[in-house]
Unconditional design. Structure first.
Length: 283
């Protein structure tokens, strides 16, 4: 079943230049959909555009952005606020900006629940504690702390708890492990995978880490210069990429073993001398 369908999405800058050029993709219910590409290819702003969260100076145009059959492009700002945090939730790359430093995490989580649910104070606190416990944090202890009292890994897990608290249909994770060490990153990715399976939500995962794609993704879209150049099942994309850009992207992954004496040459004609397949076998 199609959860999200994006048709002819364009994003324009303040000078009317086109940043994203008519992209199309869909995400199925319960699917891990990875959007990959080099920096500046338009991945993050495309994800922000889904729920109209673009920065000032950018605007979106789309034929339709349908979430469970409802066209988000036709909703008012007030209607979109009801969807953000409930049907669509975000985990951002800059996890520290997800919280204000002046209030405890508990107060900030309580405000989110109050925005979407008419629950008592006790019910809201119980829901927040459950969400924190689900991501491996000490619920009551963390609930009473300020953001600066948590480590980076703990704060990213708290951001994940905040995003998943209202059990969204779609979780958008924008490079959520970029600023974390390897152990914390692995923990966060495992948590996202577990919560996805337990809650039944879909994940739109934006990343540069192709090893994460290999481990977690169901389908993959490759983005280059504001366009999606290739989409398909993970196995199909990784084993038999059709586009030269995709081949070069896969070949750019440094091998962990059997390191070649000479690095592959990447260019418009593709990867030289079969280096692509040597690189693919190492991630």
């Amino acid at each position: 079943m199609e959860l999200l369908t994006v048709c002819d999405l364009n994003i324009f800058g303040s000078d009317h230049c086109s940043l994203v050029h008519g992209i199309n993709f869909s995400i199925r219910t319960g699917e891990w959909f990875a959007l990959i590409g080099e920096s500046g290819s338009g991945k993050s702003i495309s994800a922000f555009a889904l729920a109209a969260l673009l920065p000032n100076g950018l605007r979106r145009e789309a034929k339709e952005i349908k979430l469970l059959g409802q066209d988000l492009t036709r909703l008012s700002e007030a209607e979109l606020r009801k969807i953000r945090g409930t049907d669509i939730a975000y985990v951002f790359q800059d996890y520290q900006s997800a919280f204000t430093p002046y209030f405890t995490l508990g107060k900030q989580m309580d405000e989110v629940i109050q925005t979407h649910r008419d629950w008592s104070r006790e019910e809201r606190k119980k829901k927040a504690l459950v969400a924190l416990n689900e991501v491996g944090l000490e619920g009551l202890k963390v609930y009473q702390r300020y953001p600066f009292q948590l480590s980076g890994g703990q704060l990213q897990r708290a951001a994940l708890a905040l995003a998943m608290m209202m059990e969204p249909k779609l979780l958008i994770a924008d490079e959520p492990t970029t600023a974390l060490d390897a152990m914390s990153a692995a923990t966060v990715l495992s948590l996202i995978a577990r919560l996805k399976n337990e809650k039944g939500c879909a994940v739109l995962f934006i990343t540069h880490d192709l090893r994460c794609v290999r481990r977690y993704a169901d389908r993959v879209a490759i983005m280059e210069k504001g366009q999606i150049v290739e989409t398909g099942a993970k196995e199909e994309i990784l084993k038999n990429p059709r586009e030269i850009y995709t081949r070069n992207l896969l070949a750019s992954v440094p091998p962990l073993r059997n390191v070649p004496k000479r690095l592959p040459i990447l260019g418009e004609e593709g990867v030289e001398g079969g280096a692509l397949y040597a690189a693919k076998s190492n991630f």
